[in-house]
Design a protein. Structure first.
Length: 398
């Protein structure tokens, strides 16, 4: 039995790798192929009456690891320069504003039709409003120019803002001045932890000569994230700041504190660390979406009671996205289509206590929204000639 599991897992991961390297030619995001593969495997195992252990509890663990690695992978690809200030501002506002508007629109709709408290409706609506960096970042790698960088910033910001807002609403029974005070204290603590931990881990990279040194760093990053989450701190901020700091070490050359550091050597080591992080992110992402596809029930896909809600939510997602792309003077294609829901949506949904879940937001609605957004992204990337959009980011910021 163990050998069969090993053989099956290896074959599935090799197929995931094939999907990853062929995505640029087929324009089919690897995540869609992984979901289909996982779903197909479930049908085959069911038809052959193969008994498998309950894997539901594994999904949040893989999702959390995937989120850490994917945000870190994205941050390790981003360069900070003064001329990118407008670029970063646009991506952050495009991540935040549509998410806030959509969250409140859905919350009011759930509250009105379900006669439930607005706070409860908001907790359930936020997961559906966050762009999934786990899908967006790898899908954007095939874009040209600065488009991929923009999507990396936007989706990472969307994850961070979404998790912070979700936790703020979920952990505070009432929204008042005291709750905002607690939030800002937590934010300051997380920023201080991020700075301290980043310095320690950077020194570790610079001075440890042992042949095993990058795996302990990934473990340490994950540990810091998990402990911060345990205390309800905005932990994703640390992941983003840590990755940005490592990939922008050249900015330290003019500081006295960095005089003793060999920046060129550190850059070489960071490049190696980035490669290992990318490979681990691929592995965890592939396992997560294979498992998620395996756990999808066919009845949820064709659930007619939730389908109108799913179509309405997706419609609002892309209408708001188109409006804000126009406001920020960004070309519609290809950015309009890259608004997937995925890993972070599932993680936040699973973190909602059963007593706080509402009937409008269930597995069927979640799966339908994720699949519809993924299909729209796939079709959009197929019909978009990315070469004609190499300049789309370089627009007037005024």
């Amino acid at each position: 039995m163990e050998i069969n599991i090993i053989i099956t897992t290896c074959l599935l991961l090799l197929l995931a790798y094939v999907f990853n390297i062929t995505a640029s030619k087929t324009k089919i995001p690897a995540v869609i192929m992984l979901l289909l593969l996982g779903f197909g495997l479930k049908q085959i195992s069911s038809s052959l009456a193969i008994e498998l252990p309950d894997l539901q509890s594994t999904l949040p663990v893989l999702g959390t690891l995937g989120l850490v690695l994917i945000v870190l992978e994205g941050a390790l690809e981003l360069k900070l320069h003064k001329d990118k200030f407008d670029f970063i501002v646009k991506s952050s506002f495009l991540a935040l504003l549509p998410m806030l508007i959509l969250s409140f629109v859905l919350a009011y709709s759930f509250s009105y039709f379900g006669n439930i408290p607005l706070r409860l409706a908001l907790i359930n609506s936020i997961p559906l409003c966050i762009i999934s960096s786990a899908i967006a970042i790898p899908s954007a790698k095939n874009l040209k120019g600065k488009n991929a960088e923009f999507i990396t910033y936007e989706s990472s910001f969307s994850d961070i803002f979404g998790v912070i807002i979700f936790n703020f609403i979920a952990l505070n029974s009432g929204i008042n001045l005291q709750s905002f005070e607690h939030f800002f204290i937590e934010l300051i603590i997380m920023l201080l932890v991020s700075v301290f931990a980043t310095i320690i881990l950077a020194l570790f990279i610079a001075h440890i000569n042992h042949h095993i040194k990058f795996i302990p760093i990934i473990i340490s990053v994950t540990l810091i994230y998990a402990v911060a989450k345990l205390f309800h701190l905005p932990a994703l901020i640390f992941i983003l700041l840590f990755g940005l700091a490592l990939n922008n070490l050249d900015l330290l050359k003019n500081f006295k504190l960095a005089k003793g550091l060999n920046i060129d050597f550190l850059n070489t080591e960071v490049h190696r660390f980035s490669e290992i992080t990318t490979e681990f992110a691929f592995l965890i992402r592939a396992l997560f979406f294979l498992l998620f596809g395996f756990l999808i029930q066919f009845e949820d896909i064709i659930n007619l009671s939730t389908l109108p809600w799913a179509l309405g939510i997706v419609f609002l997602v892309f209408v708001l996205r188109a409006v804000f792309l126009k406001i920020f003077k960004l070309t519609i294609a290809p950015f309009l289509f890259i608004a997937p829901r995925g890993l972070i949506t599932v993680l936040l949904f699973l973190s909602i206590p059963a007593a706080q879940r509402i009937s409008f937001v269930n597995n069927a609605l979640l799966i339908q929204v994720i699949l519809i957004c993924a299909v729209i992204m796939m079709i959009g990337l197929m019909v978009t000639n990315t070469k004609k959009n190499e300049h789309t980011i370089e627009v007037d910021a005024s």
